[in-house]
Design a binder for this molecule. Structure first.
Ligand SMILES: CC(=O)CC(=O)SCCNC(=O)CCNC(=O)[C@H](O)C(C)(C)COP(=O)(O)OP(=O)(O)OC[C@H]1O[C@@H](n2cnc3c(N)ncnc32)[C@H](O)[C@@H]1OP(=O)(O)O
Ligand SMILES: NC(=O)C1=CN([C@@H]2O[C@H](COP(=O)(O)OP(=O)(O)OC[C@H]3O[C@@H](n4cnc5c(N)ncnc54)[C@H](O)[C@@H]3O)[C@@H](O)[C@H]2O)C=CC1
Length: 283
């Protein structure tokens, strides 16, 4: 059973992953490259915990204890040594992830499992950067991590069945449901989300309907919790552009990014995180 979990990267996803694991009463060690990044991550966790408290899903005491289970640090070796499972959530860049995994391979005990939260990079390529490719796996969470029920487990070409079983059990202990998918570009979920989102952005660009009406139609007509344009703003338009480029390379033109997506990214309008994307935010 995986008892001690380390999370590498305390951004949007890493902070939510650390919180979810701590809410399941497991010890968490959280690493980022600077104290400032860790402080930002902890602030996100506090904000999310207070939503759970407000909704009556956690007591104030549970929230405090959850926070106390998360130990932060900026020394990677110190944070990850002794961990049973490390979950990586650094930016979506293959060479950065390979570099991080080489370090994790050096600093963790031989039996530790190294999981990546990549949205669509090759788990097999990340595994090949280590000396334990059988113990490297995709553990793909969804935003907001403490709320979303699914973990998509991505079995790389070299991932062992034992590794899949440990991550499946860990996911269940955290209260998540799992699906197991092959390591193909975009796995299942990223490819499925992108296909829908890109077509909706294309229709927005063609002027078929306004942003508000496209989102309303999908929310009320298709019963999705969010419309595709507001979801793109939440995920990050830079991320969606990157996903679209990689999917286009793998599957062709049907995933090609609409001009408007590229222009928004070029203008620095990346969605919620910059205050502007398809919509403008004042938070
Ligand atoms: C890019 C990738 O690789 C993969 C991805 O992540 S793709 C993106 C996947 N995510 C999605 O598709 C999200 C779609 N959206 C949703 O599921 C929902 O809109 C949402 C959960 C984000 C918000 O739910 P909502 O009903 O629209 O709004 P809201 O009423 O504010 O929230 C619903 C509940 O969740 C809670 N909640 C929402 N975000 C929260 C957070 N970050 N922390 C804690 N609680 C949260 C709210 O407090 C609320 O609780 P109650 O029902 O008890 O009041
Ligand atoms: N944003 C989303 O909706 C989702 C993102 N993902 C994936 O999760 C990963 C992280 O994405 P986000 O959390 O959105 O990014 P983010 O930009 O919010 O967070 C990344 C964090 O990594 C830190 N970092 C940078 N270099 C590092 C290094 N060398 N070592 C450790 N930390 C480092 C940054 O300081 C930052 O805190 C990506 O692979 C992304 O594709 C997966 C599911 C959903």
């Amino acid at each position: 059973m995986a008892k001690t979990i380390a999370v590498v990267g305390a951004g949007l996803m890493g902070s939510g992953i650390a919180q979810s694991v701590a809410m399941a009463k497991k010890s968490v060690r959280l690493y980022d490259i600077s104290e400032a990044a860790l402080e930002k991550g902890i602030a996100l966790i506090q904000k999310s915990l207070s939503r759970f408290v407000k909704a009556g899903k956690l007591t104030e005491q549970d929230a405090q204890q959850t926070l106390q289970r998360i130990r932060t640090g900026t020394d990677l070796q110190e944070v990850v040594e002794g961990a049973d499972v490390v979950i990586e959530a650094v930016p979506e860049d293959l060479s950065l992830k390979k570099d991080v995994f080489q370090k994790l391979d050096r600093y963790t005990k031989r039996e530790a499992i190294l999981a990546t939260n990549t949205s669509e990079l090759s788990v097999t390529a990340i595994a090949a950067a280590t000396t334990r490719p059988d113990k490297v796996i995709g553990m793909h969470w969804f935003n907001p991590a403490p709320v979303m029920k699914l973990i998509e487990i991505v079995k790389g070409e070299t991932t062992s069945e034992e590794t899949v079983a440990v991550i499946q059990q860990l996911s269940e202990e955290i209260g998540k449901e799992t699906v197991i998918v092959k390591d193909r570009q975009g796995f299942f979920t990223t490819r499925a989300i992108a296909a829908h989102m890109i077509e909706c952005i294309r229709m927005y660009e063609e002027g078929v309907a306004s942003a508000e009406d496209i989102d309303k139609a999908v929310r009320l007509g298709l019963n999705y919790p969010m419309g595709p344009l507001e979801l793109a703003d939440m995920v990050g338009l830079d991320t969606m552009l990157f996903v679209s480029e990689n999917l286009t390379e793998a599957y062709g033109d049907r995933f090609r990014a609409p001009q408007i997506l590229r222009k928004l990214v070029e203008a620095g309008h990346l969605g919620r995180k910059t205050g502007k994307g398809f919509y403008t935010y004042n938070e």
